[in-house]
Design a protein around this ligand. Structure first.
Ligand code: BGC
Length: 395
């Protein structure tokens, strides 16, 4: 994990330039140094080697500036471009953006792109044409929206990445997300903890799954998990029986649960006809349930499986012991943080200060980061203490 404490001259110059280019003032003020030390210091965003990018984004603790801008009219249109509605978090985002933006007096223009890059490009173009003042984007593919986002910036529109990084573009003002490497670390650690708790003494037979390769979060989740698991593979505690350990071998195209299930079916028939599988790293809850279902169909005892999103069905499975863990990244908090930034922009107060900066391959981007929380049966009541809907599932 790399953490740079020194704000380099280059970074300072880049920030100053972007301030000038976006028409912001230069009234810099220091960000509170350790305001989010827990999350900020725990997270390092890495470039995905398999995407073939040459630039390696680095997370930097930096004194980013809150800057004054012109603002825009109350009641303005805010565009929300989501990648798909295939997992619960994105469906929640659709509902919660509508509720929270309308409550703040804005007009919400919300569209989802069904995992298709050209569809998302067109939807963003139409948000520009419809006079959106801010466009919030959860990209289908982090690196394929460069041109349309730069077009939005040229039209004086603010662009905020939501949940996923916007890569290889100058057309982004900041990104609101949960720590993605940190999320992976929690998943890897939960897998280890579950194996120790439920599967006796090692060594343990495991397999690894990653998310959709176009999603910049997916390689980061995997990197974070492998930072915890690799030492245990190296010392023989964990045995990846298939030998499939590269992200590219483990990724699940489009986060498609059915594809994950058929890969798990093949792994089980190819490598586990005469031995047990003890654990599986899963990047989210839908894929976790697909993996567990595959194991049940193959007559295996259920392995320890990680997850992500605290989807309702998986919260029930965690509570009943069918899925070992999930990671909660509450959508209402992420939407709330985004709407807070939109209000700041509307009021002419510019992008808020932040202490995390990530290079997106083209520019240094301000990251507004929230902490993900691992959930197992052991801490579920506590983790969902403020979430009555999920709490009600624990019965
Ligand atoms: C999100 C996850 C989600 C996945 C698939 C990721 O970018 O962070 O919450 O499960 O996309 O939709």
């Amino acid at each position: 994990m790399r953490k740079r404490k020194i704000l380099s001259l280059l970074l300072a110059a880049t920030l100053t330039m972007s301030v000038v280019l976006t028409g912001c003032g230069n009234s810099s003020r220091e960000a509170a140094d350790n305001a989010s030390a827990d999350t900020g210091s725990a997270v390092t965003e890495e470039a995905a080697p398999e995407t073939g990018e040459t630039a390696v984004p680095e997370t930097t603790e930096a004194a980013e500036a809150a800057t004054a801008t012109a603002g825009f009219e109350e009641g303005a249109t805010i565009g929300i471009s989501l990648p798909w509605l295939g997992t619960q978090n994105w469906k929640e985002a659709e509902t919660m953006f509508k509720e929270q933006l309308e409550a703040a007096g804005f007009k919400a223009l919300i569209q989802a792109a069904d995992q298709k890059v050209p569809q998302q490009q067109q939807q963003i173009e139409s948000m520009i044409e419809n006079g959106a003042k801010v466009i919030v984007v959860g990209p289908v593919d982090g690196s394929q929206l460069g041109a349309v986002l730069e077009q939005a910036k040229d039209a004086g529109i603010y662009v905020i990445g939501y949940d996923r990084l916007l890569e290889n573009t100058t057309g982004v003002d900041g990104v609101v997300q949960f720590g993605s490497v940190k999320t992976g670390e929690l998943q890897g650690q939960a897998l280890l903890d579950g194996l120790a708790e439920l599967k006796g003494e090692g060594p343990y037979n495991i397999e690894l799954f990653g998310g959709g390769p176009a999603d910049p979060n997916a390689p980061n989740f995997f990197t974070g998990a492998m930072s915890v698991l690799q030492p245990k593979i190296d010392d023989g505690t964990l045995n990846v029986v298939s030998g499939q350990m590269d992200f590219t071998q483990c990724a699940t195209l489009d986060w498609d649960n059915a594809k994950a299930q058929s890969r798990m079916d093949s792994l089980l028939s190819g490598f586990y006809s005469d031995q047990e599988i003890d654990g599986v790293l899963s990047p989210n809850d839908g894929i976790a349930r697909a993996i567990i279902t595959s194991c049940e169909n193959a007559g295996q005892e259920i392995p320890v499986v990680s997850g992500l999103d605290a989807e309702n069905e998986s919260v029930e499975w965690v509570w009943s012991g069918r899925q070992y863990s999930t990671v909660a990244k509450p959508t209402d908090a992420l939407v709330g943080k985004t709407v807070e930034i939109v209000k700041s922009l509307q009021a002419g107060e510019g992008m808020p200060a932040t202490d995390v900066i990530t290079n997106n391959g083209k520019i240094d981007v301000a990251i507004y980061e929230l902490p993900p929380v691992v959930v197992t049966k052991g801490n579920a009541k506590e983790a969902f203490a403020n979430d009555p809907d999920r709490l009600a599932l624990l019965k």
